[in-house]
Write a protein that binds this ligand. Structure first.
Ligand code: URA
Length: 259
């Protein structure tokens, strides 16, 4: 497995070459170097979707090992505006054909706390902002409970486009979107990252451990303190877990106070 924290963007590509070059040129970005034939399939090992979308979000392993990635480019020098523009025009995976718009991220670009969720849902796809549906309302309440709100933190998702019918992200989609999230983290430079749910936690930590296990541990991500908690959508389905999530929030609050 490559070092997650050292990455250049490594992505599958769906654009024809002329459009891709035109598009990169318009954004003043160096063209990509092809490492493999563009039609070479990504070699991915993952569980079938019916095994990863079960109700209990905390006990389903899904991180997959991508052993080959066809295309490379570098977005590590982009600032907020260019990054947002690149994301808004992204066609690196098939999700772009289904989106109303990309959902980039929201909040304070200098936040001490960065929250990372899974992927936009229907409401987010329509409004262009993360966590604005039912799960988002719960997230707002959770933040309020520790004296924060969405203007004080930065909120992003692993995926910037909505998966159809809110299915779990495919590994290839996560790979396509990964450099965008890396760059967002680099720009925010948060003191603490809170991963919400299994997909974000396993992806950032390059782990196959369950959410139940990951939330019990203290993590660092690229030198940044990181904690894992339940996804608000999971808490809506399993309100009994809100108590544990409250403990997680208190731990985050304490970290913030000590930072
Ligand atoms: N779930 C997420 O993970 N992110 C959102 O933006 C909305 C719901």
């Amino acid at each position: 497995m490559p070092n997650q924290n050292d990455r250049t963007i490594e992505q599958g590509c769906c654009l024809d070459e002329a459009t891709r070059l035109e598009y990169l040129n318009a954004m003043d970005i160096q063209p990509w170097c092809l490492k493999h034939q563009p039609d070479a399939p990504l070699q991915i090992t993952s569980l079938p979707d019916d095994q990863v979308s079960a109700v209990d979000d905390s006990h389903q392993p899904e991180v997959s090992d991508v052993v080959d990635k066809p295309v490379t480019t570098d977005i590590s020098s982009l600032g907020w505006e260019s990054l947002k523009q690149v994301v808004s025009q992204c066609q690196l995976c098939e999700l772009h054909t289904l989106r109303t718009q990309t959902v980039f991220g929201t909040g304070n670009p200098d936040a001490d706390l960065m929250l990372i969720g899974e992927a936009p849902g229907e409401d987010e796809d329509r409004q262009g902002e993360p966590f604005v549906g039912h799960a988002g309302h719960l997230l707002d309440a959770m933040l309020q409970a520790i004296g924060l709100d969405r203007q004080k933190v930065y909120i992003a998702n692993v995926l910037k486009c909505r998966p159809p019918d809110n299915r779990k992200p495919h590994t290839s989609e996560i790979v396509c979107c990964d450099a965008y999230l890396q760059q967002q983290i680099k720009l925010v430079q948060p003191k603490i990252i809170l991963a919400l749910g299994r997909i974000a936690a396993q992806h950032l930590l390059v782990s196959h451990e369950t959410l139940a296990v990951l939330r019990e541990k203290k993590h660092t991500y690229n030198g940044i303190a990181m904690r894992v908690s339940y996804h608000p959508a999971y808490l809506l389905r399993k309100p009994i877990e809100k108590r544990k999530s409250w403990q997680d929030l208190l731990a985050v609050k304490q970290l913030l106070n000590n930072s």
